[in-house]
Design a protein around this ligand. Structure first.
Ligand SMILES: [Zn+2]
Length: 376
């Protein structure tokens, strides 16, 4: 949820929750704890803005960590708010900022140059003027080279000279852009590495706390599942006892032996209705995702799940051969594996016409390149 998704006005809030979810929410009086203050929120204070779960009868606070204290002139009182709610309220609702989390206040605004290396020539990059004459010159040379008839008398020499010209003019364009391209590359690197440095603690935290949430949810699910199995066992036991009691009652009333026997036989296997699964209360902003992925059979949990074929262990090779056998036998599609063209091309380059790999052959791919040091 981004700060802009925040519903600011409790009066217009719609009921957007399921009834069973509603039952798990605490019922509270329609009053927001009073905080006549102008100090920044203390550590642990939470946002008092009404969340989108709020209804006419229930006040549910936003609950995210409070970073600022804002004053509502109409109500004549202050509230602790998170950055999203507080920014929205001061920009759009006429609230006044009274105090902010210390870290937000002391961090000064920076100029772009401050995150760049000291010797970075930002002005040179901004002043760069692309020269379109270089582009026109290359187009002219390309037209000349394309028109050469290589089959004519002297055609090869003419094409050779025309290509040398095309290469020179291409190089001139590359050289012309080299400085600014290098500077932009450094600028991009500086900005993205500063970005990573600034976001790192957040990304790490999301990974660490996210893993804790996932582990804890799995633990609670296991406990709930065990409790449910036990409840089911007790319910089944009770259902059996009741069925046996019914058979006995019928026998006492003098029912035919056949009927009593059938009821007793049925009582032995009777099952209670399934105990309902209680879904855990969902978290507001975090969802634990479970994704199924493929790995070689028997891969330990901490090993690389998708290793290179050059890094396979003996056991892993055996499993891959099983897969290959299934493909050869026509039980699986060949698209499950891919050919390692990088290695095959290296072998072809080294072994040329002598390359001897079943099903594969080496071939000559024709092309041209400029000779070093040769200029017309
Ligand atoms: Zn909030």
């Amino acid at each position: 949820m981004t700060p802009l998704d925040i519903e600011p006005d409790p009066v217009s809030v719609e009921l957007d929750i399921e009834p069973e979810q509603m039952a798990t929410m605490p019922e509270k009086a329609w009053t927001i704890p009073d905080v006549h203050l102008t100090d920044a929120p203390p550590f642990g204070a939470t946002c008092q803005e009404t969340s989108s779960l709020t209804t006419a009868s229930r006040y549910v606070p936003c609950g995210r960590p409070a970073t600022m204290t804002v004053f509502d002139p109409r109500a004549g009182r202050s509230y602790h708010m998170c950055t999203g709610c507080g920014t929205h309220s001061t920009r759009n609702r006429g609230f006044e900022l009274r105090a902010e989390e210390v870290s937000t206040v002391v961090a000064p605004v920076m100029a772009l140059a401050q995150i760049l290396p000291a010797d970075f020539e930002l002005p040179a990059l901004i002043r760069f003027v692309p020269d379109p004459r270089l582009k026109v010159a290359l187009v002219t040379a390309v037209e000349r080279a394309m028109e050469v008839d290589v089959t004519a008398e002297g055609g090869l020499a003419l094409a050779d000279a025309a290509l040398a010209d095309v290469r020179d003019r291409t190089k001139a364009i590359t050289a012309h852009f080299e400085g600014p391209a290098e500077l932009s590359h450094r600028l991009h690197k500086s900005i993205t590495s500063t970005r990573s440095e600034w976001t790192m603690s957040g990304t790490d935290c999301v990974a660490i706390v996210g893993a804790r949430i996932a582990r804890e949810q799995r633990r609670r699910e296991d406990i709930a599942a065990a409790a449910r199995r036990e409840q089911q066992r007790l319910a089944d036991e009770q259902a059996r006892a009741e069925a046996i009691a019914r058979a006995k009652a019928v026998a006492a009333q003098g029912a035919p032996a056949q009927v009593v026997e059938r009821m007793q036989a049925e009582a032995a296997t009777v099952k209670a209705a399934p105990v309902p699964v209680v879904a855990p209360a969902p978290l507001k902003s975090t969802t634990v995702t479970k994704t199924w992925k493929a790995r070689i059979k028997g891969t330990p949990a901490d090993a690389e799940p998708n290793p290179d074929t050059s890094a396979l262990t003996g056991e892993q090779k055996a499993e891959i051969y099983t897969l290959l056998a299934a493909i050869i036998a026509g039980h699986q599609p060949i698209a499950l594996i891919s050919v390692n063209w990088g290695t095959l091309n290296s072998r072809a380059k080294a072994e040329k016409g002598t390359l001897a790999i079943p099903g594969i052959e080496a071939y000559e791919d024709l092309g041209t390149r400029s000779k070093p040091g040769r200029r017309v």
